[in-house]
Design a protein around this ligand. Structure first.
Ligand SMILES: [Zn+2]
Ligand SMILES: [Zn+2]
Length: 101
């Protein structure tokens, strides 16, 4: 049996409307001819670095010390998975319309 999947799925992580990313996401606007992309996977690796910096500065600002490592591990782990998926997807998809502009 061929399972026809007409549901949009994120081109990077494969999440769908009913199975969103663990930290939550929404569809971001993409070019009409390109595949869906969710908010968790949008942005360039450079953006992700920026996010990491912000997370770190928030920790500092509020003087969070306890559990910082645990929280950071979860956040950074999820981000790293995305970066890796993104880089892989980039390698398979030399399409010039792919993000990063
Ligand atoms: Zn995604
Ligand atoms: Zn997602």
């Amino acid at each position: 049996m061929t399972r026809k999947s007409s549901k949009p799925a994120c081109r990077v992580c494969g999440c769908t409307e009913h199975n969103a990313c663990e930290e939550g996401c929404f569809w971001v606007r993409v070019e009409a001819h390109s595949k869906p992309l969710c908010s968790a996977c949008s942005g360039t690796p450079r953006d992700v670095v920026e996010v990491c910096r912000r997370v770190r500065s928030v920790f500092r600002k509020f003087g969070i010390v306890i559990d910082t490592a645990g929280i950071a591990n979860v956040v950074l782990g999820a981000l790293l998975r995305r970066i890796e998926a993104r880089i892989k997807a980039d390698a398979n998809n030399p399409d010039a319309t792919w993000g990063g502009r």
